[in-house]
Write a protein that binds this ligand. Sequence first.
Ligand SMILES: *Cc1c(COP(=O)(O)O)cnc(C)c1O
Length: 390
Amino acid sequence: MSEKEYSFQTRLLHNSHKVDPETGAVSVPIQHASTFHQFDFDTYGKYDYSRSGNPTREALENVIAELEGGTRGFAFASGMAAISTALMLLSQGDHLLISDDVYGGTFRMVTQVLERMGIDHTFVDTSDIHAVECAIRPNTKVIYIETPSNPLLKVTNIREIVGLAKAYHILTFVDNTFLSPALQRPLELGADVVLHSATKFIGGHSDVVAGLAVVKDAELAEQLGFLQNAFGSILGVQDSWLVLRGLKTLQVRMKQSAESAQIVADYLDQHSAVEKVYYPGLSKHPGYEAHHAQADSGGAVLSFTLKDEEAVRQFVSKVEIPVFSVSLGAVESILSYPAKMSHAAMPREEREKRGITDSLLRLSVGLESPEDLIKDFEAALVERSLEVPK
Ligand SMILES: *Cc1c(COP(=O)(O)O)cnc(C)c1O
């Protein structure tokens, strides 16, 4: 590639792995070999064993690093494998500050695994910078945020957190799953580690489970590379290829889904059967300003509450278009019920304290026509018994 600065959209296709240098193939070849012949007794080649390095996985790792504005990327067997491996940068006696409505699997890892290993944590509302500063301890090593968060779409100001973290020599980790680098690039805002469940928007087609991590700092890259090899939860080559393929259409998918999500959010917001809509694209969202200063749009995920669990039950049984399942970030719209799905691992009391009630639904908007989604929802929401006073 020339030195010209192309846009993100173009770089999804025209990056360091646009063509295979050996054959000119326009799709990255899948290298299945687990081990590599060493041609010289004294000097070993670039690859030796595929856990430590594999050309197909490496292509994905290079591309995600370029797209997030990092120096090195790492591909893992799942988002949780990426997150867990990055958390292994912590040692016994360290303390972690973490967003209080973090992904359920991350909550489980922090409370039931790290805790047992002597790594302490404090959950904090990271949208409140003062609360974050008050929770810092002398042994705090990482501030871990998700913005917008799951499932309540709370917005954390990345620049503010990074500023605070740097002042205290703390690393900032950002789970960027909900927006993907197409809409938000935390490394450019000063974050140290960006994490992804590539199972979601990056893969994009509900057909692969994968995780990614990206860093900018060379020493941190070294440490994370060591941990990836030591722990070994790498992404397989077929799955690396699927993620590479998904990436090519990331921009058009995100753009379309986010536009539709805005239309659907506006619709739900004015509906008498809907109590509350959580979506950072709504101007009344408390994090609207902060969000739009760090991201390109409200994204494709929103949550909303109906009157009660019974209303939710009726709605879910009536709607036709979205699949009712866990996960998000796919070509098809996905409706999920956090209380019994993504956040089932969280004790009821903890859940409700965070606002993840039994009347909350999360919607990941796919590529269907937004008018059809609204038509579907309109029919599912008509029950007069579902109406609640505003
Ligand atoms: C799904 C998800 C994860 C976990 O990723 P897996 O690929 O399922 O392991 C982590 N963070 C967020 C925000 C997610 O949505």
